[in-house]
Ligand binder design. Structure first.
Ligand SMILES: Cc1cc2nc3c(=O)[nH]c(=O)nc-3n(C[C@H](O)[C@H](O)[C@H](O)COP(=O)(O)OP(=O)(O)OC[C@H]3O[C@@H](n4cnc5c(N)ncnc54)[C@H](O)[C@@H]3O)c2cc1C
Length: 517
């Protein structure tokens, strides 16, 4: 092993790894980021999937990114630009009906639903704002507390208290049920109920009736000021590039095509890493942006306590989300949809029962024959992604379980057909416009982006894997049982989605000398 030329090595240049690297470098540490892939951003990537057609390969809509982080890392100065902001959500069940959600306004719903929706939004936003305060910093320790933990806990308790009696009582009530029951009692319109349920289940192995869906709904609305989703100009890879530029401007170095195959230990401490080509790089601090399971594979189970290995093994991280990309020879038509709304966030779902029915298949290792889809046609707003006059369609499709009973080689074609069938129902004739198509499944995300299980959040967002228990006891404050080894990716608090908070919180924990509890 060489002498340590770096103070810290960051394994992975996902947006969280880059945020962490930027903050560590700003504190004067000499930081090197090692990325297995060819570009920064991890799941925030743009890829050419057909000649001249580019698309956001995984994450495609931005709605959670911490505005504080955008400002602090000067991401806009480093190249982040939006092709569209404040996108409407349009629910298309495929029978000519539709519902448009534009901020707090609904078109296509009754006056009573409109009033109930405005009240629901107000309340959920208040809850999400408090949750955001829990998420914007490392979670204080509940055991082995230090002075600042007591102070932070008191502050968080005060934040909850400021909700007032009525909102607090309601939070306790709905937190214990599920999104299906919550929206069922508040609204009449099935399309509205389906849209709100989708917000709770996208990316997770859950249906609307699953426990934890209210928490997942709130998680999705972290940093949401009610404005709707945004599209990044040039696809989500441009967000990854902005994070990389910010990290480099802060003083971090980044090397691509550098797969870490081992986290090296000396005297039971992290001492550096070994790369796929056999070379080693030494550093007293290693921070992993890889998911929990991948990280501890790099450490090796023999170097860990058996109880901890079991907890890592039991962390639920099997993805159910696929991505469909279509190259189209023109803009598809959606009957009943105002053509100016074709660039909105389109939801292909009709009822909560339909979503639950789609999820039922995933429970038994099958793909849904009638998938639910979150669709975006980014080329309506961004002509850099396709040749003139042509379009790209990007759709998140569920449910496509990581472990498919029939196996993915056999299941891929069938799920692609199901997705195209669903699209044909909301946009008759779209099939004839398809020049090229690609389906990325959870095993594809594992193979291409190194996320074990291919999970949206690197692990389920659920109360037993959230806040002070995320990802697992023993690694829940970014520090791990291996001194000198920290985590900074979506497996950690507050979880996945393009937030950047896990990376920033991890840097804060490292800089404050946090160790494992
Ligand atoms: C299909 C899909 C759709 C999604 N859609 C959205 C969306 O629309 N909006 C949204 O906000 N979120 C979305 N997400 C979630 C979001 O993309 C992720 O939660 C987020 O990008 C995770 O960021 P990260 O930096 O923690 O990890 P990642 O982005 O996974 O980055 C980890 C990095 O570490 C690297 N790495 C791993 N192992 C090694 C190794 N051994 N050596 C070197 N490098 C290594 C990887 O190559 C990768 O670059 C989606 C996720 C999926 C899967």
């Amino acid at each position: 092993m060489t002498d340590a030329a770096y103070d810290a090595l960051v394994v992975g240049a996902g947006h969280n790894g880059l945020a962490c690297a930027a903050y560590l470098a700003r504190s004067g540490r000499k930081v090197l980021v090692l990325e297995a892939g060819e570009q920064p951003g991890g799941l925030a990537a743009t890829r050419e999937f057909a000649d001249g057609f580019r698309v956001s390969a995984a994450a495609h809509l931005l709605n959670m990114l911490s505005p504080e982080l955008v400002k602090d890392l000067a991401l806009e100065r480093h190249g982040l630009a939006y092709a569209a902001r404040n996108l409407k959500t349009v629910v298309l069940p495929g029978d000519g009906r539709q519902l448009v959600i534009d901020g707090d306004r609904l078109a296509g719903a009754s006056a009573s639903d409109q009033a109930a929706f405005a009240e629901f939004q107000r309340r959920m936003r208040r809850y999400a704002k408090v949750l955001n305060r829990f998420c914007a910093r490392p979670f204080p320790r509940l055991t082995e507390r230090r002075g600042r933990d007591n102070w932070l806990l008191a502050k968080l308790a005060w934040d909850v208290r400021t909700l007032g009696k009525a909102d607090m009582r309601e939070l306790l009530r709905i937190g214990a049920i599920n999104i299906h029951d919550v929206v069922e009692e508040k609204f009449e319109n099935p399309l509205l109920k389906a849209a709100l349920s989708m917000d709770a289940v996208l990316g997770s192995h859950m249906g609307p009736r699953s426990p934890n869906t209210v928490y997942a709904y709130l998680h999705r609305h972290l940093n949401d000021a009610g404005a709707g989703s945004a599209l990044v100009k040039g696809g989500m890879g441009a967000l990854g590039a902005a994070f990389a530029a910010a990290a480099e401007a802060s003083g971090a170095a980044i090397r691509y095509r550098q797969r870490v195959t081992r986290i090296d230990l000396a005297d039971c401490r992290a001492a550096g890493v070994t790369l796929a080509d056999g070379s080693a790089i030494a550093a007293p601090l290693v921070v992993s942006n890889a998911d929990l399971k991948s990280t501890f594979r790099l450490v090796g189970p023999l170097n860990l306590d058996a109880g901890f290995v079991r907890r890592v093994h039991n962390f639920r991280a099997r993805g159910v989300t696929a991505k469909l990309h279509l190259a189209l020879d023109g803009l598809p038509e959606f009957p009943g949809l105002d053509p100016t709304d074709a660039g909105s966030r389109l939801l292909a779902a009709a009822t909560m029962d339909g979503i639950e029915g789609a999820f039922n298949h995933a429970k038994y290792g099958e793909c849904s024959p009638e998938p639910i889809m979150e669709i975006s046609i980014p080329t309506v707003h961004d002509d850099s992604l396709a040749p003139p006059g042509k379009h790209v369609l990007s759709a998140v499709a569920q449910y496509a379980p990581y472990t498919l009973k029939a196996g993915w080689p056999a299941g891929r074609e069938a799920f692609m057909r199901s997705c195209l069938g669903r699209l044909e129902a909301i946009s008759p004739g779209i099939g004839e416009r398809v020049i090229a198509a690609e389906l990325l499944t959870p095993p594809d995300f594992e193979a291409r982006f190194g996320v074990r299980g291919g999970h949206w959040h690197h692990g389920e967002i659920a109360l037993d894997q959230a806040l002070f228990t995320r990802p697992v006891p023993g690694a829940n404050h970014y520090a791990t049982p291996v001194p000198g080894l920290y985590l900074c990716g979506a497996s950690t608090h507050p979880g996945g989605g393009l937030l950047g908070l896990a990376g920033r919180n991890s840097a804060k924990a490292i800089l404050s000398g946090e160790d494992a509890s």
